[in-house]
Ligand binder design. Structure first.
Ligand code: PNS
Length: 159
């Protein structure tokens, strides 16, 4: 049986922290689908096609990883792709309450879908897309926090 996992997120934009989680998920599973959420309610800075393209570029070296946008419920998207596991990153303690709620909700919606967490390493523990966006908007150097394609996209966005 193919072990297929979904790593979902808004990825506005993808960071090295996200990439670390995706890479480790890919080493544990046969196939990983990175699901880029529309997240319209969050009013993302990058459009859904832009975010999807950046995740594709950042993960192109990982042979068992594919990237897809989605706009429906995560449990429905997982069911459509016949994925039985959701893999999410867990950073500082502040992530826990939200993830606890999401896990309970998704479990209620689909008992067969398992959510599992990979802890972020210390260097990415406090990294977030919003911090990266703010740093870039103020002219800060984000090279150590994002893949090169994202750095380029941020430079263009704030030119
Ligand atoms: O990177 P984020 O923004 O923390 O990721 C959150 C995400 C996209 C994983 C979460 O919002 C999600 O699963 N969205 C898809 C819609 C959904 O299933 N929402 C939960 C029930 S309302």
């Amino acid at each position: 049986m193919t072990r297929r996992a979904i790593t979902p997120g808004t990825f506005d934009p993808i960071t090295r922290g996200h990439l670390d989680i995706i890479t480790r998920a890919a080493s544990l599973m046969d196939e990983v689908i990175v699901a880029v959420a529309a997240s319209a309610g969050k009013h993302p800075m990058f459009s859904l096609p832009e975010r999807t393209q950046l995740v594709r570029e950042a993960t192109q070296h990982l042979p068992n990883v594919t990237v897809e946008p989605f706009g429906n419920l995560l449990v429905d998207f997982a069911r459509e792709r016949d994925a039985k596991v959701i893999v999410k990153g867990l950073r500082a303690i502040t992530d826990f309450e939200y993830e606890f709620q999401m896990n309970a909700l998704n479990h209620q919606l689909d008992f067969d879908l398992e959510t599992t967490f990979i802890m972020s390493p210390p260097e990415f523990m406090y990294l977030s897309s919003s911090i990266v966006r703010e740093m870039a908007s103020l002219g800060g150097d984000v090279a150590q926090f994002v893949p090169p394609c994202v750095q380029e996209a941020l430079t263009k966005k704030f030119a």
